[in-house]
Design a protein around this ligand. Structure first.
Ligand SMILES: Cc1cc2nc3c(=O)[nH]c(=O)nc-3n(C[C@H](O)[C@H](O)[C@H](O)COP(=O)(O)OP(=O)(O)OC[C@H]3O[C@@H](n4cnc5c(N)ncnc54)[C@H](O)[C@@H]3O)c2cc1C
Length: 362
């Protein structure tokens, strides 16, 4: 069997990995370098805490409007289809099957990260609490008691401040895991080209070429819009730095994540509805971080586009014979093993689309 995976982000790499393990010959069509967008991420894994992705709960739109007014976010890319679906889904609780599915996917992903790290921890995998600053600690702990995924939260101290500790978190170096997955895919073929259209088993490339397979999987982040799906690009920036930090922190007051790793400290921020090539707001992330942590040098910067659906839940489905896996929004690394496995199982015909099918958004 031959499969073509469009998009070599973290979802595409895990999809290709599980297909290759089943003896499938995989071709990955990636417009740039593997994980070029995905690796902007902080690399915090929240296997049983979904709150960060609940962009359609009551109050979120108000918070985002406030961020827009304060210059902490901006909107550059407008999509009516997405917005209409967002309004329709605003405040709507998902059915219990979605929570059940996410619980299984979180557990699967954690098991897979542990297995990969036991084989060789060449990507800085470490299970340690995430400190959240700038949140209402009591309210978060109260809310967690009703959370269907049952995250363990407690009050604590981080970098001299009172904090909320999420005890079930883990972290990775995204750049190192992207390298590891690329090494795992030594037998796969990488085609550096931009897909412009997918028709059944055929992927048409910019400039005129095409690639064919027995099955095509689209795991190209927000480019899944091309298949008519409401997926928006929530842009953010990730910096590798030599900043000093003693804990993994989500500083919600500043809108940044700080993740100390063995060889660098990752700093990320911004949640802009913005699919453009204008990256000026990146500077604001650095300014916020330097105002808090003091001066540091930047090793490099990556730009990423979190693929967000209007209800904040991923899509894994088969549309017109094409498998699609996208929409993990702010938790794409956390759920990539499970999303990739589901996409691979759909491509192999072993599973049928379930709770995360796109039908819920139509
Ligand atoms: C600043 C920031 C911080 C984040 N922090 C975290 C975190 O701590 N934890 C977490 O779990 N998640 C985090 N995320 C979210 C996570 O990075 C995304 O959910 C994840 O990258 C989605 O992966 P993906 O492979 O589905 O899509 P993408 O990362 O968008 O990758 C899509 C890939 O497809 C390629 N592509 C697109 N169109 C085409 C085309 N037409 N032809 C060929 N190739 C194409 C792109 O070049 C890209 O490589 C963060 C994201 C950002 C931006």
């Amino acid at each position: 069997m031959n499969a073509v995976v469009v998009g070599g982000g973290i979802t595409g790499l895990f999809t290709a990995y599980y297909l290759a393990r089943e003896g499938v010959k995989v071709t990955i069509v990636e417009q740039g370098k593997p994980a070029q967008w995905s690796k902007a991420a902080a690399g915090v894994l929240e296997f049983n805490r979904y709150k960060i992705n609940r962009i359609n709960v009551k109050g979120y739109a108000g918070t985002y409007l406030k961020m827009l007014r304060q210059g902490k976010a901006r909107i550059k890319t407008w999509d009516w289809k997405w917005l209409i679906a967002y309004v329709k889904n605003y405040g709507r609780e998902p059915p219990s099957e979605i929570w059940e599915e996410l619980r299984r996917m979180g557990e699967f992903s954690r098991r897979e990260y542990r297995r990969l790290a036991e084989e060789k921890n060449d990507f800085d995998y470490s299970e340690e609490p995430l400190c959240e600053l700038g949140v209402d600690v009591e309210r978060e702990i109260e809310e967690a008691k009703r959370d269907p995924l049952g995250p363990r939260l407690e009050e604590g101290q981080c970098m001299g401040q009172r904090a909320l500790l999420y005890l079930d978190a883990a972290k990775i170096a995204t750049e190192l895991l992207a390298d590891r997955m690329t090494r795992e895919l030594a037998d796969a073929k990488f085609v550096e080209a931009r897909a412009v259209e997918v028709a059944g088993r055929e992927v048409r490339l910019e400039g005129g070429g095409k690639v064919e397979g027995d099955v095509v999987v689209v795991a190209a982040g927000w480019w899944a819009r091309k298949l008519g799906l409401p997926v928006a690009p929530l842009k953010g920036y990730g910096f590798r730095t030599n900043a000093k930090a003693s804990a993994t922190v989500a500083n919600w007051a500043l809108g940044i994540f700080v993740v100390p790793l063995s060889r660098w400290t990752k700093i990320t921020g911004r949640f802009d509805l913005d699919g453009t090539e204008d990256h000026k707001p990146a500077e604001k992330v650095l300014n916020a971080a330097r105002g808090w942590l003091g001066s540091f040098d930047v090793i490099d910067m990556a730009v990423g586009y979190r693929p967000c659906t209007p209800d904040g839940f991923p899509i894994v489905d088969v549309l017109g014979g094409v498998v699609v896996a996208t929409g993990a929004c702010r938790l794409g690394w956390t759920f990539a093993p499970a999303l990739g496995k589901k996409a691979a199982d759909l491509a192999l015909g072993r599973e049928k689309p379930g709770a995360l099918s796109a039908a819920r958004l139509r």
